[in-house]
Design a protein around this ligand. Structure first.
Ligand SMILES: [Zn+2]
Length: 502
C-alpha cells in the first residue's frame, strides 16, 4: 500500500464548516521537484502532494459508493417507467422531471437551463424483400431521415456496395436503386461515416433510398439507430445478417427487389432543458469542475447504457459527497445533458451560456462510453495537468483499479468546452466481457473471447442504439465503481490549490 505524505505539515482549514485540508500547493510541489531536477510532480513511492485528508476522503467515497445501489435502482426505475427518451418526446421530459424532483429530495441544489431541441419523429416504417423471395426486412429509419415520397411505399431494385469507393466505381448503376451499404465494422469512428453520409452520397447518383448495415461488430438481428446528415432521400439501418444476405444475392446475380415505407419527418423545435445538480465550492465557488452524461436516448432504446448510466453516476457524485458531508473548494457541477444523440443542442447551449466560465473551469469529464468496470479516464490537457491527474489516479484510485490516465478522447457533450480550451476527458471503462459480472455476455466462453482488448470493439457496440440497451446489461457494482471513480477525480481536482494548468 502506498503511504500518503503531507509535504507541508499544516495549513489552516479554508472551508471552516467542514475543515477540508489540502496541504501542499502545486506551486510548492513544483519548486520541490524542480530543485531536484526531476519531473514536475513527485513520483509514486516518493513524496506526494496529496494529503492524508485527500486519501481519507477518497477512501470514504469508495466505501460509501459501494454501500449503496442508488444509481442502479434509479436507473432501473426510469428505464422501466419512462422507456426510450428521444429528444422531443414526453418520456424525456418526464424522466427529466423525475430526476430533478429526486435530486431535490436528496437535498441537493438542482436547476434547469432551457434548451431548444429538434423533434424528429419516426412514424411507421417497414421494408420487405419482394424478390428473390418474400421476407420482412427489419429496419430502423436513421435520425433526420425524410419519409418515402408522397407518403407511399417505394419499390426498387437494390445495389449492394461495401464501401464509398466501390460506389464511386459503379455509380452509373445507382440511378433509381435502393443502395445497400454493407461496410465491415472496423471501429465506431471509422465505420459510422457510412451511417452519416450514405444517403447524401448515393443521392448524387440518383439513388431513391439507402439501407445501411447497422454500425456494430455483431448482430442478433438487431438494428442500430443513429443520426444521419441531411439528405433528400430516405435512409434506414438494416441488420448485419440482411446486409450480408443482400451481398450474397448480388454476387449470384440475383435481382434484389425491396419495398420500403417510412413516415419519418421533423417537427418544429421544442423546448427542453439540461438538468444541473451542483455542489457549491466553499472557497472558490466561481471556479468549477463539470461532468455529466446525457439523458436523451434513441427511440428504440431504453438508454440504460447510452447514456442513463453516465448521467446518473454524475448525479450520484454530488449525492455521495452530500451524504459524507464533504465540501469541495470549487463548485462541482453534474450536468444531465439533453439531445446528445441528434443535435447536441444541450451541450452547445451549455457551452454558449457558460462561455464566460471557460477559464474558470478546471476540468470537464463525460461518461458516455458505457458504465461498465471503469479503469480510469482519458483526457486532452496540458502535460502538467495530465501529470497531476495521473498522480491523483495512482494515489487515490489504484486500489480499485480505476486510476489510469490513458488516451486523449473526450465525449461529444464536453467537446464544446474543449473547444473553449477547457481540459476535457472521458470516463474509460473495460469491455463488459471482462470480469465475472452478471452482465458479461461471454462468461461461458472463458478467456479466449474476453481477451479482447480494443475498447472500440467492445460489446458496448453490440447494444448501442438498439432495443437491447436495457438495464439488465448494467451491473449495480460496476455503476457504484463508476460513481466512486468519477467522484474521486472530480472532487480531488476541485480541491487542488490551483486550477489545472492549461
Ligand atoms: Zn451516448
Amino acid at each position: 500500500m502506498d503511504q500518503i505524505f503531507d509535504a507541508r505539515p499544516f495549513r489552516p482549514p479554508a472551508c471552516a464548516m467542514v475543515g477540508v485540508l489540502y496541504v501542499l500547493s502545486l506551486a510548492a510541489s513544483v519548486a520541490l521537484a524542480t530543485s531536484r531536477g526531476d519531473s514536475v510532480l513527485a513520483l509514486p513511492g516518493s513524496e506526494s502532494w496529496i494529503s492524508a485528508k485527500a486519501k481519507r476522503d477518497a477512501d470514504a467515497i469508495i466505501k460509501e459508493a459501494f454501500s449503496s445501489s442508488t444509481v442502479y435502482d434509479r436507473l432501473a426505475y426510469i428505464t422501466d417507467t419512462f422507456g426510450p427518451r428521444l429528444s422531443g418526446s414526453s418520456a424525456l421530459e418526464s424522466a427529466l422531471d423525475w430526476a430533478k424532483d429526486q435530486a431535490q429530495k436528496d437535498g441537493l441544489k438542482v436547476y434547469e437551463e432551457e434548451v431548444k431541441i429538434p423533434s424528429w419523429v419516426r412514424g411507421r416504417e417497414y421494408a420487405s424483400l419482394l424478390s428473390p423471395r418474400t421476407k420482412n426486412i427489419r429496419i430502423i429509419g436513421l435520425g433526420g431521415s425524410i419519409s418515402t415520397p408522397d407518403g407511399k411505399p417505394l419499390v426498387a431494385k437494390a445495389l449492394v456496395v461495401n464501401s464509398f469507393d466501390e460506389l464511386e466505381k459503379i455509380n452509373h448503376q445507382a440511378e433509381g436503386r435502393i443502395v445497400v451499404f454493407n461496410p465491415d465494422f472496423v471501429d465506431y469512428d471509422t465505420t459510422v461515416p457510412y451511417r452519416a453520409f450514405a444517403a447524401s452520397t448515393a443521392e448524387k447518383y440518383g439513388a431513391v433510398a439507402v439501407l445501411v448495415r447497422s454500425i456494430s461488430p455483431y448482430g442478433l438481428q438487431t438494428v442500430h439507430a443513429g443520426v444521419m446528415n441531411d439528405a433528400g432521400i430516405p435512409a434506414a439501418a438494416i441488420t448485419l445478417e440482411d446486409a450480408k444476405m443482400f451481398e450474397r444475392m448480388q454476387n449470384r446475380n440475383q435481382d434484389i427487389v425491396i419495398e420500403l415505407y417510412m413516415e419519418a419527418h421533423t417537427l418544429p423545435d421544442r423546448l427542453s432543458r439540461n438538468v444541473i445538480i451542483e455542489m457549491e465550492g466553499c472557497e472558490k465557488p466561481q471556479e468549477l469542475v463539470v461532468f455529466g452524461g446525457h439523458m436523451d436516448s434513441w427511440d428504440n432504446a431504453d438508454g440504460a447504457m447510452d447514456d442513463g448510466g453516465g448521467a446518473f453516476i454524475s448525479w450520484e457524485v454530488i449525492r455521495l459527497l452530500k451524504v459524507l458531508g464533504l465540501k469541495p473548494k470549487r463548485t462541482l457541477r453534474a450536468i444531465l445533458f439533453v439531445n446528445e444523440e441528434n443535435g447536441s443542442k444541450g451541450a452547445i447551449s451549455y457551452a454558449n451560456k457558460h462561455q464566460h466560465e471557460a477559464n474558470l473551469t478546471s476540468l470537464a469529464i463525460e461518461s458516455d462510453a458505457g458504465t461498465f468496470t471503469p479503469y480510469g479516464i482519458s483526457v486532452t490537457s496540458s502535460k502538467k495537468a495530465r501529470a497531476i491527474l495521473t498522480h491523483i489516479g495512482q494515489r487515490l484510485l489504484s486500489g480499485i483499479g480505476s486510476g489510469n490516465v490513458s488516451g486523449t478522447e473526450y465525449g461529444e457533450d464536453v467537446s464544446y468546452l474543449a473547444d473553449q480550451g477547457v481540459p476535457a476527458g472521458s470516463l474509460q471503462v473495460l469491455d463488459p466481457r471482462y470480469g465475472d459480472y452478471a452482465n458479461n455476455p461471454c462468461r461461458a466462453f472463458g478467456d479466449g473471447v474476453s481477451g479482447e482488448t480494443d475498447p472500440m470493439k467492445s460489446a458496448y457496440f453490440w447494444y448501442h442504439h438498439t432495443e437491447a440497451d436495457t438495464i439488465d446489461k448494467l451491473d449495480p457494482e460496476q455503476l457504484q465503481h463508476c460513481a466512486a471513480t468519477m467522484a474521486i477525480w472530480t472532487y480531488t481536482v476541485a480541491n487542488l490549490d490551483s486550477l489545472l494548468p492549461r
